[in-house]
Design a protein around this ligand. Structure first.
Ligand SMILES: [Zn+2]
Length: 428
């Protein structure tokens, strides 16, 4: 595939114009002259901008079944009265279709890869593989009852998934480890899972200091240790780690995250919707920590619109610090692209660069809300709505183009998700 006379955002966040060629899964040429020997489709760049695709660093894809199911509730009511009873009735079939729906929604919003924490791993892998998109899937581990690690069903499911699915779909599907959170497991489980992840070279994906209750409760449960200090003590940060939320982290916590090279994934929309608070992203960036962006589940968002996520990240940071100069559009755009790719251990993703995977999004600059262009990144972060997405490409394959899905039967998917949702509701 060849993009001719196309404006693109390069790895330094600068807009350049030229020819960008992809071959199979990779970007094979970038230059001011047309490459020789291209036989694939040629796309004219007039009025368009080619950008790296987005990497959603924290999601729970199957929860699309619960979009809009509980609103205006406290977190504990929402979880205990709505989410947990619904999840109790989930089936493999429901998870498969709901994940496929989330993949379609992701492509529509320019996301090609998701760090996806849930269960029914096998069905999630099947949906992601079929969609042509990518995911770092983790079987989330919780242990409320002090069960021994190796006897837990969830651990058996995780181990089997790691053996069967790591690096499937030509590396599009990767497996991560996941301890759900400090408050949902005991210390032995955290230590054993960290050890397992270390032995298998897995990334550790966790929820960290999402709410004030969780943060303060942890200190009471663990002799004054914050969740970051506790996880560090248990060895969870001795491997590449991805910490979602980090709303209540302290300066000392940020020291730990910086020292241990932990990626922080901020979830601005979900954190505002559940009134959890605002992540101190400016302090996190100042310390050189890798920042990524996540949607969290659509049950608390309620969509996967990454343009909304970028804008809310900027706006919420400015209000938190009461300073309009914190978080530049470039820092936000990097978090949505390179930061997310790095969080997923995808070193050859996240930038329009020769040799990288061809994970690309084609943007229409001729929409009224995108004109004029003083600075393309400023428009992407604050003016774009997602309607400007013309095409989403994952590993060189077009997944979504002008409202059409190339790999997903969206009509059937929506029908099956509705059917699964109705069936679950009847059984509650
Ligand atoms: Zn989450």
């Amino acid at each position: 595939m060849l993009f001719r006379n196309i404006s693109y955002i390069d790895e330094n966040c600068q807009v350049k114009t030229g020819f960008v060629e992809t071959s199979e899964a990779k970007i094979t040429y970038i230059g001011s002259e047309a490459p020789e020997g291209n036989t694939g489709r040629v796309i004219d760049g007039k009025g368009k901008l080619l950008i790296p695709a987005f990497y959603n660093a924290h999601g729970h894809s199957p929860m699309s079944l619960m979009r809009g199911y509980g609103e205006n509730m406290t977190l504990s009511d929402w979880l205990n009265k709505k989410i947990f009873p619904f999840e109790d009735k989930l089936t493999k079939n429901a998870v498969y279709w709901a994940t496929l729906l989330s993949m379609g929604e992701s492509a529509k919003f320019g996301i090609v890869s998701t760090s996806d924490m849930y269960y029914f791993t096998e069905d999630m892998v099947r949906a992601v593989t079929e969609s042509g998109l990518k995911a770092n899937i983790s079987r989330s581990i919780v242990n409320f009852t002090g069960d021994s690690f190796n006897k837990m069903e969830s651990v058996t499911e995780m181990k089997s998934a790691v053996e069967r699915f790591r690096k499937t779909a030509k590396g599009r599907v990767l497996m991560d480890a996941s301890i759900h959170g400090e408050y949902t497991s005991d210390e032995a489980t955290v230590r054993e899972l960290s050890q397992y992840a270390k032995e298998h070279n897995l990334i550790m994906h966790i929820h960290l200091s999402e709410t004030k209750d969780e943060h303060e409760g942890c200190k009471e449960r663990h002799n004054g240790l914050t969740p970051a200090a506790y996880f560090n003590k248990c060895g969870a940060f001795d491997i590449p780690a991805l910490a979602a939320h980090c709303v209540w982290v302290t300066e000392e916590d940020i020291d730990i995250l910086a020292e241990k090279n932990v990626t922080v994934c901020t979830n601005p929309v979900s954190n505002m919707k559940l009134a959890s608070g605002i992540c101190p992203t400016h302090d996190i960036l100042k310390r050189g920590i890798n920042l990524a962006i996540g949607t969290d589940s659509v049950a608390s968002n309620n969509n996967l619109n990454f343009f909304e996520e970028m804008k809310m990240l900027g706006l919420s940071a400015k209000i938190k610090y009461m300073d309009p100069t914190v978080l530049t559009p470039e820092e936000i755009f990097r978090a949505a692209t390179l930061g997310g790719a790095k969080a997923q251990g995808r070193d050859d993703c996240g930038a329009v660069k020769v040799g990288n995977k061809a994970d690309l999004v084609l943007i229409n600059l001729e929409a009224p809300n995108m004109a004029p262009v003083h600075n393309a990144v400023n428009n992407l972060v604050y003016a774009a709505t997602s309607n400007e997405i013309v095409m989403t490409i994952s590993d060189g394959k077009i997944i979504y183009e002008k409202g059409e899905y190339k790999t997903i039967d969206m009509e059937k998917t929506i029908f099956e998700v509705k059917k699964a949702k109705d069936k679950i509701l009847k059984s509650i």
